[in-house]
Design a protein around this ligand. Sequence first.
Ligand code: COA
Length: 331
Amino acid sequence: MRRARILGTGSCLPQRVVTNAELATRLTTSDEWIQQRTGVKERRYVDDGIGPSDLALTATNRALDAAGLKASDIDFIILATQTAEHEFPGTACFLQKKLGNSGVGALDVRDQCTGFLYGLSIAEAFVQLGKYKRVLVVGTEVHSTGLDFSDRSRHITVLFGDGAGAVIVGESESADRGILSTHLHADGKFAEELWVPAPGSIYPGRITHKLLDEGMHYPFMNGKAVFVEAVTQMINVSKEALSANGLTPADVTHFVPHQANLRINESVAQRLGIPSERCDSSITRYGNCAAASVPIAFDERVRSGAVKEGDIVLMATFAAGFTWGAAVMRW
Ligand code: COA
């Protein structure tokens, strides 16, 4: 079977930096609390009128440049987001319009912070089967327009930022190089531990004044349950992914976990036995960018020249759903 590999990476972060000190002017919080509990120092917010498809467009163009390709070379689009631009159609269609490649399939993935890995896995399968030659996978989020800046949600609002990351997946010229495997999981019994209840088709009228007054259109999170499950499942899925390829944590050159909380990632890396310098910590600068966190972090590593041919890359994510997953690749 063909092997798929990432041909190019790109990312896009809005210019506007929002520090913890700035958030402390809108919420009862402090730089000290946020850094100590989450590791976040600052995050980025879009300017008014910029949507996830705009960030995705820039990230995609950078990934295309890196791969030496044009938009017309993409033959399938996969876009992962938990902050859809509109109720429907999917954000992938808005991105496709901006890319100007009418006619190619455009799929939205709704697996929140694990969405990028679900998308990568679908792209891998399409390329392996020979169904498509070059598949765009982009994770993109605009959280800032949907956060609750009241104290009720201060444990959530301080976490999130805006951004996008993209990869182009195509056929590898070598059987040894590329995506070695992807591993996806979910457990819907935790669906209401981290969610945005409204608007929804379960409610007559989708959204009501009552739902708005109750703040049901904002994220709700049982932070402690998320923390415990995130550590457990990211360790489990990382071990599963490595052992499926006859690898151990000692083989990992770059560990790129989802960026939800620095303490989660430090705990996962330490318990796996991966040295902290091999573990990405871009959450300090960008907060949690959900589906965009892993491709942003990976793009930065690639562009810095840190990722060398033959390096083993381990990606692992955890998200609302709960969903979680991992990917292992040889660069
Ligand atoms: N600033 C200051 N104080 C805050 C605060 C904030 N932003 N948010 C909460 N607090 C306060 C609480 O009111 C509480 O005060 P009390 O002890 O007087 O009642 C105290 O801090 C502890 O709150 P709690 O929510 O129990 O904190 P925590 O230790 O669980 O940390 C998180 C909160 C969100 C950092 C942590 O639960 C977490 O990271 N969970 C995982 C989140 C995650 O990964 N989400 C995304 C998944 S994709």
